[in-house]
Design a protein around this ligand. Structure first.
Ligand SMILES: *Cc1c(COP(=O)(O)O)cnc(C)c1O
Length: 335
């Protein structure tokens, strides 16, 4: 048996999801004629109480469009130094938006209102104009850490006070929501733009949604087009997102339970030197040599990845079953 814990992106559509996809009504979405894309966009916008949404091929694209929509060249974004938008999007912030980044040293990737306020540049022509703040929830590099809603409210208040926009990389936002029971509509009120991935824990094969408030739809659609994200019969894949929202949200709790069980076994293991708190579906632990540990685990039929020279990451997901959990626990005990 192989347990693949490299990422929650490795899931395949379930037979029921595939069935739903096959029956979806489709059309040319570049002409705005795909009813299944429109349905997904409306469903998400309504859920978050936001004005509108666009369906895109990837979370990188939804983040990049969100940032581009809210900035002009020479301005600056404030975010954690380990944000996905900063370290895993190929330099896209600078390339697409022609802006600089003010990087904050957050706690497991989570920044505070105080840090945000201190990072805002003064009105000085030497310095770029601070324009946007971006948060990531859950925070990948922080081990799937969840933001405290009270802190988000404070950050939003700082943004309001200084006329900064607030963007959320919510690639795994639903993982946070099923734990905290925070309201999607409150997220919709606090953020100007929100990116949500359907292809992570939700288990759709492709796709992300960018939600937005107070921005003409045509501006978002134009940016998507120029980035090559205008898709034709995209309802084939958007319908998988709709299916996932209806069937794969509550079950994220199963992924979280399995992640905690992995964490409990790892805590007891002699080879583990330290661990991040496990709040959702991501488990990060510290060893002497992560490359060697990944190799050892692979030989025992457990796939995971290095997250630094001394950190290993495991991510639970829809295709990681209780049998695979048992298999992984045995592999951990045997080391
Ligand atoms: C996966 C992910 C994204 C988007 O990635 P794509 O592979 O482009 O869909 C954005 N932010 C975070 C935190 C992610 O984990």
């Amino acid at each position: 048996m192989i347990a693949d814990l490299r990422s929650d992106t490795f899931t395949r559509p379930t037979p029921e999801m595939l069935q739903f996809m096959m029956q979806a009504p489709i059309g040319d979405d570049v002409y705005g004629e795909d009813p299944s894309v429109a349905e997904l966009e409306r469903k998400m916008a309504d859920m978050f109480g936001m004005d509108d949404a666009i369906f895109c091929p990837s979370g990188t694209m939804t983040n990049q469009i969100g940032i581009k929509l809210l900035t002009q060249p020479m301005e600056e974004i404030i975010c954690d130094k380990n944000s996905h938008i900063q370290i895993y999007e190929g330099g896209g912030i600078a390339y697409n938006s022609l802006i600089s980044s003010k990087l904050i040293d957050g706690d497991r990737g989570m920044i505070t209102a105080e840090q945000v306020e201190a990072a805002i540049n003064p009105d000085d022509l030497h310095q770029p104009i601070s324009k946007i703040v971006a948060l990531e929830n859950t925070m990948n590099k922080g081990g799937g850490a969840i933001y405290d809603m009270e802190e988000i409210r404070k950050i939003a208040a700082v943004c309001e006070k200084h006329s900064l926009h607030l963007h959320l990389d919510g690639a795994r936002l639903f993982n946070a929501l099923v734990v905290t029971n925070d309201s999607p509509k409150e997220y919709g009120r606090l953020f100007k733009t929100i990116s949500v991935c359907l292809s992570k824990g939700l288990g759709a094969p492709i796709g992300s949604v960018l939600l937005f408030n107070g921005i003409p739809r045509i501006k978002a659609v134009r940016l998507r087009k120029v980035m090559g994200g205008g898709m034709r019969q995209a309802g084939l894949i958007a319908s998988a997102g709709t299916y996932a929202l209806d069937h794969h949200v509550e079950r994220l709790k199963d992924d979280h339970r399995r992640a905690k069980q992995l964490a409990n076994a790892l805590k007891e293991a002699a080879f583990v030197e330290d661990m991040y708190p496990v709040e959702t579906n991501i488990v990060i632990f510290k060893v002497k040599n992560s490359a060697e540990m990944v190799k050892t685990l692979a030989e025992k039929g457990v796939k995971c990845i290095t997250f630094s020279p001394v950190h290993v990451r495991m991510v639970t997901h829809l295709d990681f079953t209780d049998d695979m959990l048992e298999h992984t626990l045995q592999a951990i005990h045997s080391i």
